[in-house]
Structures are given as C-alpha cells and as structure tokens.
Design a protein around this ligand. Structure first.
Ligand code: ZN
Length: 278
C-alpha cells in the first residue's frame, strides 16, 4: 500500500495517459490500484504467468502486514511476451497453472452459492472458466519448462479467466473455497507459498469435499510440476489444518462448500485422504 501511495505522489497529473505495470504480480497490482485511484487506465505487461491477477480487476495489496484483495479496474490491454515469460522460473508458470486448475472448484462453489443462496450467476462465465481449467488439465503433459508454446497456453488460459470474471462482474468464476484456503494460509503460515501453488493444493481438497474427481486435479498439478502436498508447499501440516479450519471465515458473504466451517478432526481427515499431509 505504501508503494501505491508513493507511486501516486510521483505521477504528474498533467502528463499521464496510462500506467504500465511491468513485472510480476506485485508490480502489476501496484499499477492496477494506483491507476484506479488516479482515475487513469493501465496496461498489464507481465514477465511471468504466475496467477490471473495479470488480467483481473482485483489487486492483492498488503497493508500493515495484512493482505487484502481490493477491487480495481481490469487492464485495458495485456502485453505478454511469451519469450520473456518462458524464461521466468518454471515454478511461476506452474503456479499460474495451479491458479487456473483451481477454477474447477471455484465454479462448483459458485453453482452451490447460486442454488443455496440465490447468488447472481452467469452460465456463460461459469462455462468459460470451467472449460479453461479443463483444457489446461487435459494438456498438462505439454506444459514444459522454458517453452514459449507452454507460456502461450498458460497466458491464454489466464486471459480467459480474466474475461470470465469481467463477464460475471465478480471474481466468483475464479475464486471459491480453494482461494479462501489460500488467503487463510497467507495469514496463518509463517512462510506462505505462491498464490497459485496454494490454490492448486486447496482445489485438490475442496474437490474432495464436493465429491468430485480430486485425483485428476492432483495428477495434473503433479505432471506440470506444481506442488500437491504440504511438504512441496514448504508449509508445516499444522498450518494447513489451521487454514482449513479458518478458511470459511474469509469473505464470509461468499458461500462455498466450506459452509459454516470444518472441525479440526474433519480438516485432518480431509488433508490425509487427499494426501496433502501424511
Ligand atoms: Zn487466484
């Protein structure tokens, strides 16, 4: 947040036309929020494809060591050089894949919220989001390190996810219980992993709760080289359990399969069955 405020001060209001956010997620989020505050537009120029924040309207900003997802404007354009993106560490691309694959559970949660709580729903946005996740899972084998075609595939999927959010007018097609788990981990774990990495692992567990094919999510993430358990996330099992128990308290107005929350015993069982912890 300090960076956003600093940036706003440095901009000459007479000179500006639009802001460019060039870099990783943080840089883009700073440009995104600053441009919204000064009522200017911004262009997203990602150098890595690690999450759909490169195309979405939401900015993940930390203030007083609390991270929050703030509503801003989506970019007017995205300039993604797949050559540059393919040169970024594979971990970042794999994280982007985790974020996309996690839409499988986000869409299920959205459908559930629609049926149980009459949440506003878009058939078109939900199909687009789900299809994007499915295409990527079915092409998991072709996501390779240092490959421009892989970078292109992931960027296109992230853009599709951003379009789905724009159609829906909310992040619901892209963010459900697995994202709540991710946010809970960010506040609970001393050293959280990457956004997409945590969402991917969250999605494995949430799909189990939905009674769906969680094994397929796990397999796809494994093939791509994204983490599938606590150890690979570099997070102690106790924080995984705490985050599972607390996840429903994040954005409580957004109904998901977590409902009124998991008991500690249920959380341990869930993490064990899905092999997230031993
Ligand atoms: Zn996400």
């Amino acid at each position: 947040m300090e960076k956003v405020e600093q940036l706003i001060k440095e901009i000459d209001p007479k000179k500006r036309v639009f802001l460019l956010g060039v870099g990783g997620g943080k840089t883009i989020d700073i440009a995104k929020l600053a441009s919204q505050r000064i009522k200017s537009s911004f262009i997203s120029v990602p150098t890595a494809a690690s999450h759909d924040g490169i195309v979405s309207s939401r900015a993940s900003i930390t203030k007083n060591s609390i991270s929050a997802s703030i509503e801003a404007e989506p970019p007017v354009a995205v300039v993604a050089d797949t050559m540059i993106i393919s040169q970024a560490p594979h971990k970042l691309l794999a994280s982007g894949c985790g974020d996309i694959i996690s839409k499988c559970t986000a869409v299920r949660d959205w459908e559930l919220a629609h049926r149980l709580k009459n949440a506003k729903f878009s058939e078109y946005a939900s199909h687009l989001s789900m299809m994007t996740a499915k295409i990527l899972m079915n092409s998991a084998q072709s996501i390779k390190p240092g490959n421009t075609e892989s970078a292109r595939m992931v960027v296109k999927a992230l853009v599709a996810s951003g379009v789905a959010m724009s159609i829906a007018g909310s992040s619901q097609p892209a963010s459900g219980s697995e994202h709540k788990f991710n946010h809970a981990l960010n506040t609970i774990a001393p050293k959280p992993a990457l956004h997409g990495e945590q969402c991917g692992v969250g999605s494995i567990m949430m799909m189990y709760l939905h009674g769906g094919n969680w094994q397929k999510i796990r397999q796809s993430l494994e093939t791509i080289g994204a983490p599938v358990n606590a150890e690979e996330l570099g997070i102690e099992p106790e924080y995984i359990i705490k985050a599972l128990v607390a996840a429903h308290t994040i954005r409580p107005e957004r109904y998901t399969i977590l409902g009124t929350g998991l008991t500690k015993e249920a959380a341990i069982k869930l993490a064990r069955i899905t092999q997230v912890i031993d």
